[in-house]
Structures are given as C-alpha cells and as structure tokens.
Design a protein around this ligand. Sequence first.
Ligand code: HEC
Ligand code: HEC
Length: 362
Amino acid sequence: MNDQSQPDNPLATIVSKLINIIAILIVFIIGLIILLIVFIPAPKAKQKVVAPVADENGNFTEEAKQESLKIKDTTNYWMAPDVATLEGDFNKDLILYGKDLIVHTSEYFGENGKVFKASTNGMNCQNCHLDAGTKVFGNNYSAVASTYPKYRARSGATENIYKRVNDCFERSLNGKGLDTSSKEMQGIVAYINWLGKDVPKGISTEGSGLKKLAFLERAASPENGKTIYSQKCASCHQADGLGLMNSEKTAYTYPPLWGERSYNDGAGLFRMSNFAKYIKYNMPLGASHNSPQLTDEEAWDIAAFVNSQSRPYKDIKKDWPKIEQKPFDHPFGPYKDGYSEEQHKYGPFKPIQDKIASLKKK
Ligand code: HEC
Ligand code: HEC
C-alpha cells in the first residue's frame, strides 16, 4: 500500500536543512582559503642589507662589519677549460707559450728578460689576473674572447684584444707594448681566446672580471687605510709598499703596490673602485669572492691609502676624449658633473654617479 509517505517531522527537516547549509558554508570557506593561498603572493622574506651602514661619524658597527663579510653564494661560475684537453690541438704550443708569458711575464720582459730586458716594471700579468687569468672574480679573462673588439670610452674607440693587452703592458706593467705580429703577442692572445672559447659571443660570464662592491657613504680615508695596510698587507707587500723579489731577482714573490716598479697612474688599478673590488675579493692572498677577509670599509680605505702613494706617471691627456663618459672615480678632470678631482678620487661616489646618470638622461 501507499506507505511511502513518512510521518512529517518538521523539526527533523529544519535540522537537516541547517546541516546542509553549514556543510555548504564550510566547503565555501575552505575553497576561499585555498584560493587565497594560491593567488595572493607570499610577502617577500625580508632581505638583509649587506652593505654596511655607517653611523653619523662614518664609522661602521661591529654587526655591519660582520654582515659585509658574510657571503652565501650558490651561483654556477665559469670554469676555465682544462689544459689537458689541449692534447693534439694544432695550436697547443702557442697557447701554452701564451700562458707561460702571463704567469712568468717578468722572466720574459723584466730586468733580465729573455725577450726584452727591462721593457716592463717586472710584474707578472698573473699578479693581477690571478691563477693565469682563471680565478672567479680574480680579474679573469673569461669574457675577453666573447666581448672584444668593443668600444671603450677610455680611448673613445673600438679596441681589439691586441690593443687591450698592450694597454696593460703600457699601464699596469708601465712598459712597452708588443708588436701585434710577434710570437709573444700571438701567444698571449691565443691563450686568452682559448680560455674564452666556450663563452657565446657577446656574453659576459658569471664571475668575470671583478665583483661589484657597495659604495661607502663617506669619502674613503687614507689614514684608516694606512693602519689596516700595516696590519694586513705589509707582511708581504712590505711596509714601504715596494714588494719583495725572489732570491734570484727574476720575479717578485710579493709584487709592489706603489713606487717606481708599480703600475702607473693611467692603469686600471689606479681607479679606486677597481682596486677596492680587487682586494676585497682576493687579498690578503687566499681570500676569494665567497670568503673575503676585508670589510667593504677596509677595502675602500686601503685603496685610498695605496693610491695616494707615489707611482710612475703616464700622460693620459688623450684618455676619455668624451669627458661626459669619464667614470665616477677617474681622478683627473675636467668633468661635466661639476664635482672636484678630490671627490672623484676618494668619494663619496654616489652623488657623482647619480649626477652622471641624470646628465645622461638629458
Ligand atoms: C697591476 C695590475 C695588472 C697587471 C699587472 C696586468 N693587468 Fe690587465 N687588467 C688590470 C685591470 C685592473 C683590468 C680591468 C681594468 C678596467 O676594466 O678598467 C685589466 C684588464 C685587462 C684585460 C681586459 C679584460 C676584460 O675583461 O675586458 C686584458 C685582456 C688584460 N688586462 C691583459 C693583461 C695582460 C696580458 C697583462 C700582462 C702583460 C696584464 N693584463 C697585466 C690589471 C692588471
Ligand atoms: C700572504 C702574502 C700577502 C698578503 C698578506 C697580501 N698580499 Fe697582495 N699579493 C700577494 C701576492 C703573492 C700577489 C700576486 C699574486 C700572484 O701573482 O698570483 C699579490 C697581489 C696583489 C695586488 C695586485 C698586484 C700589485 O702588486 O699591484 C694587489 C693590489 C694586492 N696584492 C694588494 C694587497 C693588499 C691591499 C693587501 C692587504 C689587505 C694584500 N695584498 C695582502 C701576497 C699577499
């Protein structure tokens, strides 16, 4: 018979409807939460400021110093090709000759050089291009083959590798350049091209050249630099900065940092930023880009001290033919930006750099 109809219990109906509504609400809220998690970006983790912050006297807190020494870095850096892979290469002998010239430059062009006597100051290319030009952020040659010929504002012209190599002979080695067709120049360029052979044209590798360094907010201090120099550098480079030769006098065990046998005032290292970057990530000997031993402050102050000592002069009046392209730390005027030679030498550099940028926009 017809007993489908159940006794209507109004209370039960209301309760079951309520349960339905609550269930729908719960599902809706969970859905909303999931949507929020997926679509609203998580706030960025607060980044630690690595550049140390000076107090009102221009001094750095102990904490800031420690911070500037901590570098965590997992980048895949460029690695030089293995010399062993040269076996069977038609150019092997020339490439290895070039490498030897870079490592033992002094034996070829120093005081008793095998190729030319005293055509340089007796330094080795490797003194500044560490590990034969292969060290990460040790001023390596990884991006030379891929980026030359290129326009360089210093000369206001497009330069090939030969010109660039001779620049270092004439400035960093305060000497004479080589004939492009000489076996020595051909060797050096063959080696540099071989080092960079796997780097695509136009690309600068991770770790090429020198690593960036934050500016100080104050001018760099030669006085501070002098104190730190005597504590951290003089044991090798000597208190008088003249370096130390080996006992046979064929090469420097510790190269000079100033004086007659050092780089001249037209050299790359005479620019404060290059010097500070080089030592921050390479000196004292054994330091590297992921284990620096100097704070930023120490690096800038030592740069100020060393680059205020006497060194050979080079006539560089023809450099930077477009004065608006002079870098913030080129210490010789005239300038377009209105800042003094003094400030271009010691800083603070940020205002100069900002001014240069604003002039460029006009
Ligand atoms: C006193 C230090 C010093 C010595 C010694 C030195 N160089 Fe340099 N070299 C530098 C610096 C610093 C730079 C980068 C300068 C810049 O970018 O303004 C540089 C740049 C170069 C470059 C261009 C690198 C690039 O990526 O653009 C080449 C090539 C080079 N040097 C070759 C040589 C050779 C070859 C020798 C030896 C004959 C030599 N250098 C000796 C300091 C030195
Ligand atoms: C343990 C010895 C040692 C100490 C300490 C040391 N250096 Fe060096 N430095 C060297 C050697 C060795 C080279 C050359 C590296 C090479 O040829 O492989 C060099 C190269 C250099 C160069 C490039 C070549 C030149 O003579 O222009 C500079 C600049 C430099 N050191 C600065 C410093 C500064 C600044 C300090 C102190 C913070 C320092 N060094 C501490 C051993 C040392």
